[in-house]
Design a protein around this ligand. Structure first.
Ligand code: SF4
Length: 530
């Protein structure tokens, strides 16, 4: 079969395409973005007219996937780990609605927070929703798992979570393709009430979900992605989950661990395999990327009589990404920490690009806000969050998508004046609109900046769902027309910009200022294409 050199994200995308994907819905977020981007530029996907869409947010993406599944087709929704929080409502409920056509919920976690606000582990969501989850250890598994996930999804009529982590998502390796499967025909669910979660139906479906847990466990015990690999030295047994298995094996170049290894790539945790390694070995070392999910389950409260080592007892760091050397140290092998990093690659704080439109906005905002002292500006997530760093230091919060607006409302209610929110055009449509509605309904005294650079810049320039509609959205929500102010953020407009901000701060009510100028990166790309 054909071989391809692919990122982990791309391998999952190619696997889904080859397994008969009909549509993907996603919201961009590092390290998951490349899954959808790959499908969007894939020639075969274009010829086949595989539907691909950047949704307004992760919740709408997953709900659209549920709709496509309802119609019998195979579908995938993609997001980063914090995006799964946004999609948690449909995800947890989808355990009850189930699927018709296969659904993959592809979530890329970001341990070490390379580009994220937190370090959460999406496997917990699988456990919480009581749904099976898969975790590839390499690119080939990411590819193969797409086939497996769709089959499992359609067999039990439930969505399957596939969890990637940054290092796998963003590193490249060869994969071998399988024969391409045909897309499903349009087919409505046999049970017409399947997706109707009225209490009486939901109660029945919840019992059904509980009853299926033993099947999910049986599938996990027999999964091709879970295996027990025996070893002669029983002083220690190793449980290695997902990518951690790769890190482990990198320390044994000949491919043989002296210790028994339980490789886990499918959840729920395969109980009988865990019991086997626990019974055969004197102690256990748990290797898992992210949170100590398996370790906590095995320790229970007493941590007796088995000696269990991992992230909880300090054998491995409690936070951050694993790597082969950390695993090496945990195995009691020599620490191979390399040379110190040359100065040229010492991390430098990120800055806005030269010519970024946000620079002019922050210059104007800083000039005005300095009159009031710091602590008045609530921000959101995007390039503009860099306004927290020098030279601006103009924003004072960044909690989650949409929180700038709602925090500004709360602070204004508490008496903070002025109370200012800064959000990007894409983030505004992701989860800012409802906050603005709250502000209008409560007649909050806030000034909202929607920094419109006509793209989702931080993740590489995806289409912004609100492009060309921002004023109309604000008007529709009820912001007074004369307090929706548009300006082009350029040095020559600085004085006008400062004046405009002062006027809107002076207005007692909801003001929206839209500084509008295209992101310099996407503009440059467009110019080059021309
Ligand atoms: S990518 Fe665009 S929006 Fe982001 S910092 Fe650069 S110019 Fe500004």
């Amino acid at each position: 079969m054909q071989k391809l050199l692919l990122l982990g994200d791309e391998a999952l995308a190619q696997g889904a395409l080859d397994a008969g994907l009909s549509g993907v819905y996603a919201y961009p977020g590092t390290p998951s973005t490349e899954i959808t981007e790959y499908i969007q530029r894939n020639k075969e996907a274009m010829e086949r007219k595989v539907h691909s869409e950047w949704s307004a947010n992760e919740k709408t993406a997953l709900e659209a996937s549920l709709g496509m599944s309802y119609a019998g087709k195979r579908t995938m929704s993609c997001m980063k780990h914090v995006g799964l929080n946004v999609a948690a409502d449909p995800y947890v409920n989808s355990a009850l609605t189930g699927a018709n056509g296969g659904i993959i919920v592809a979530v890329a976690d970001d341990p070490s927070m390379h580009s994220s606000q937190n370090e959460q582990d999406s496997r917990f969501y699988g456990k919480f929703a009581m749904l099976p989850a898969l975790e590839p250890c390499n690119q080939q598994e990411a590819y193969d798992m797409a086939f497996y996930a769709f089959e499992l999804s359609e067999k039990y009529k439930i969505p399957i979570l596939v969890r990637l982590t940054t290092r796998l998502a963003h590193s490249r390796a060869g994969i071998e393709r399988k024969p391409v499967l045909k897309e499903n025909e349009l087919k409505l669910p046999e049970d017409i009430h399947q997706f109707v979660l009225l209490p009486a139906i939901a109660r029945r479906k919840y019992k059904n979900l509980l009853a299926m847990q033993k099947d999910f466990l049986m599938e996990s015990e027999n999964s091709p992605f879970n295996s027990y690999i025996d070893g002669p030295d029983k002083k220690m047994g190793i449980i290695a989950c997902g990518l951690a298995y790769n890190y482990l094996m990198e320390n044994f170049p000949e491919g043989k661990s002296p210790y028994p290894v339980l490789k886990i790539g499918q959840y729920p945790i395969p109980e009988s395999l865990v019991m086997r390694i626990a019974n055969e070995c004197e102690s256990l070392l748990i290797l898992e990327e992210g949170a100590p999910l398996v370790e906590e389950m095995l320790r229970g409260y007493m941590n007796k009589p088995l000696v269990i080592k991992g992230r909880l007892d300090g054998t491995l760091p409690r936070d951050g990404e694993l790597n082969p050397n950390l695993v090496r140290i945990a195995l009691g092998m020599e620490d191979l920490t390399g040379q110190s990093i040359p100065e040229i690659v010492v991390p430098r704080p990120p800055v806005l690009c030269v010519g970024c439109p946000h620079t002019d906005t922050y210059k104007a905002l800083k000039e005005v806000i300095d009159e009031y002292g710091s602590g008045h500006v609530f921000s959101d997530i995007g390039c503009y969050t860099l306004g927290a760093l020098p030279p601006f230091r103009v924003i004072n919060s960044c909690v989650d998508m949409g929180a700038s607006l709602t925090m500004a409302i709360g602070a204004a209610d508490a008496g903070l004046f002025p109370s200012i929110a800064v959000i990007g055009d894409s983030t505004f449509t992701h989860s800012g609109i409802t906050g603005l509605l709250d502000a209008v309904n409560a007649k909050s005294n806030i000034v909202l900046f929607i920094l419109d650079n006509n793209t989702t810049a931080m993740t590489g320039g995806q289409t912004s769902p609100g492009a060309g509609k921002l004023e109309d959205i604000c008007k529709g929500i009820g912001v007074e027309e004369e307090h929706i102010r548009i300006i082009v953020p350029l040095t020559r407009n600085h004085e006008e910009f400062v004046k405009l901000i002062k006027e809107e701060i002076a207005y007692d009510g909801v003001s929206v200022i839209i500084p509008r100028r295209e992101c310099i990166q996407t503009l440059t790309k467009k110019m080059r294409k021309k």
